[in-house]
Design a protein around this ligand. Structure first.
Ligand code: BJW
Ligand code: ZN
Length: 257
């Protein structure tokens, strides 16, 4: 039965857990003003994924794809972490093993002070060569709309994972390993519509983790969770921290012990 507050059972499980795994999605950044992909106000309502988030789309129209990513980079640059990001950073300091796997490319978890962050879909601020794969910093279209190029002659692209592409193997392995060890798994702000990320919940569940979804809407996977906390993550995660007796600080320099 969905509710806005974490249950006593979740708090009890977290108090005794050694290992926690959190998977975040676009909803975790929604309260920071970064648009989600699906649902109300989602990016896919306005843009077609196959025109923008696939290697074929980039090969066909790299300038259009770059313009979209430069617009999103600007949104991310102007965004700040929200209470949910800070709550996750506070939780990290409490547990022996706390793994934060994010599908988000916005770097807001790191800006909130989280240290052990596994980015499985890349990072929007980085770039890499479409041909040889070499990573570069924040390269983009120049003022004349000229496409950035690599020394090898290939085009530079945003360093994110598009549909049909493999996820970074090391990151995926670390995420999968953490799922087999987790006693509590929190799925935060994701529609669980995209594989292989959505499969982490099943791995953790099979290994015996207590599965919790934090989302103001139900998803296709809600039935598979032991508990659904039906609230925005910027509210639900600080409630979990308070339930565990943790204070949240918006200043990552002031960490909790
Ligand atoms: C809140 C909230 C608040 C709102 N608080 N919550 C069947 C057919 C065709 C393809 C496939 C298939 N099965 C599997 C595939 C492959 C495909 C896939 O999964 N497709 C599905 C769509 C079906 N997967 C891939 O291609 C992956 N690669 C792969 O599998 O390689 C092997 C392979 C290769 C070739 C063929 C087959 C296999 C790669 C996936 C890459 C995803 N890339 C993107 C773009 C990243 C770059 C960028 O940012 O531009 O990643 S797509 C987009 O979706 C982005 C996200 O990370 C990802 C997940 O979305 P997320 O985060 O869940 O966001 P939303 O918007 O969906 O949901 C937000 C949620 O938040 C909602 O539920 C709201 O309610 C909630 N919310 N406010 C908390 N305040
Ligand atoms: Zn190159």
């Amino acid at each position: 039965m969905p509710s806005g507050a974490p249950s006593e059972e979740l708090l009890r499980r977290m108090k005794s857990a050694r290992s926690i795994l959190v998977l975040t999605g676009a909803g975790a950044s929604a309260e920071s003003g970064v648009p989600t992909f699906r649902g109300q106000g989602g990016l896919w309502r306005e843009f077609r994924p196959e025109e923008l988030a696939t290697p074929t789309a980039f090969a066909r129209n790299p300038k259009l794809v770059w313009e979209w990513y430069m617009w999103r980079r600007e949104l991310v640059r102007q965004a700040s972490p929200n209470h949910g990001h800070y709550a996750l950073a506070a939780l990290e300091a409490k547990f022996e093993e706390f793994t934060l796997v994010t599908q988000n490319v916005d770097g807001l978890h790191q800006r909130a002070g989280s240290r052990n962050v596994i980015e499985i879909h890349g990072n929007i601020m980085r770039s890499r060569c479409f041909s040889c794969g070499v990573q570069t910093g924040e390269v983009a279209l120049d003022e004349d709309g000229q496409l950035p190029g690599c020394e090898c002659g290939g085009l530079i692209r945003p360093d994110v994972v598009w549909f049909g592409e493999l996820l970074p193997p090391q990151a995926l392995k670390r995420a999968w390993d953490a799922a087999t060890r987790a006693q509590v798994f929190l799925s935060v702000g994701t529609s669980s519509a995209v594989q292989p990320a959505a499969g982490l919940a099943d791995i953790a569940g099979r290994a015996g983790a207590y599965l919790v979804e934090i989302n103001p809407e139900t998803t296709e996977m809600s039935d598979r969770f032991d508990e659904v906390v039906c609230a925005p993550s910027g509210q639900a995660l600080p409630m979990i921290c308070r339930g565990l007796g943790l204070n949240i600080t918006a200043d990552p320099a002031v960490r909790l012990s």
